[in-house]
Design a protein around this ligand. Structure first.
Ligand SMILES: Nc1nc2c(ncn2[C@@H]2O[C@H](COP(=O)(O)OP(=O)(O)OP(=O)(O)O)[C@@H](O)[C@H]2O)c(=O)[nH]1
Ligand SMILES: [Mg+2]
Length: 214
């Protein structure tokens, strides 16, 4: 068969993502790509996970600038956290993940959490080699985000609606948001969570364990 030499950046990303998936799966690692707006609570959920998830895992955190979030995860008592500074890029790429997993002892972990750059658009369509792409929403963002930013919700198999402790203070129609998620993906699994109270997060972590077994 003729070898394709001129491939697009997107095709190259997808080829590397497929290789990442193979490398990670061959090591028995279940990988989760976490996507949501800036401030929706991605790092907070990972800090909670560091304290409540009794499994072996590593975290890769992508941000435009700083290693603040990976430092937060390390400070919460979890040593295996790695930062990627994109230097302006609005999403992580499969190549960035490839370089980072070369630093991780893959035999020592069963899960890899990737916190993508805070953004509801750009990270949605870039495969990193994950097993599960999840969307994180939060109450203060407003309840129309699923309708306005469909790309993520067409692809995410799980949606976490975070900061539900703030529901009583804000006008947010959570049933409407859940219905919107189901329009984009009728099979989506939805968790209502709060890092402040811990509500829903243990259910999400139990679901993760089931998914890895499956
Ligand atoms: N009330 C409330 N606040 C929360 C909850 N989860 C996170 N927060 C707060 O929301 C703010 C942003 O949380 P982060 O975890 O930094 O959000 P992020 O999604 O990682 O943000 P970026 O990395 O910048 O995209 C912090 O002040 C958290 O304490 C929650 O469930 N309830
Ligand atoms: Mg963060």
């Amino acid at each position: 068969m003729e070898k394709k030499v001129n491939i697009s950046a997107r095709e190259r990303n997808d080829l590397i993502a497929a290789e990442n998936r193979e490398i990670l799966s061959n090591n028995g690692i279940f990988t989760v790509n976490i996507i949501g707006s800036p401030g929706c609570g991605k790092t907070s959920i990972l800090e909670y996970t560091a304290n409540h998830f009794d499994e072996k895992f590593a975290v890769i955190v992508g941000d435009v600038k700083t290693a603040l979030d990976s430092d937060r995860i390390i400070q919460s008592g979890h040593s295996s956290a790695y930062a990627i500074e994109t230097g302006g890029g609005c999403h992580l790429s499969a190549q960035m993940i490839r370089q980072k997993i070369a630093e991780i002892d893959l035999k020592a972990i069963d899960y890899l959490f990737i916190e993508n750059v805070g953004n509801l658009v750009c990270p949605s369509t870039y495969d990193l080699g994950e097993n599960l792409k999840i969307a994180v929403l939060s109450i203060p963002e407003g309840d129309e985000k699923v309708r306005k930013y469909p790309a993520l919700f067409l692809r995410a198999r799980v949606a976490l609606i975070n900061k539900i402790d703030l529901l009583e203070y804000l006008d947010y129609d959570i049933e409407r948001v859940k219905a919107d998620c189901l329009v984009h993906n009728p099979k989506v699994k939805i968790f209502e969570t709060s890092v402040k109270t811990g509500a829903g997060i243990d259910d999400w972590l139990a679901y993760l364990r089931e998914q890895r077994k499956a």
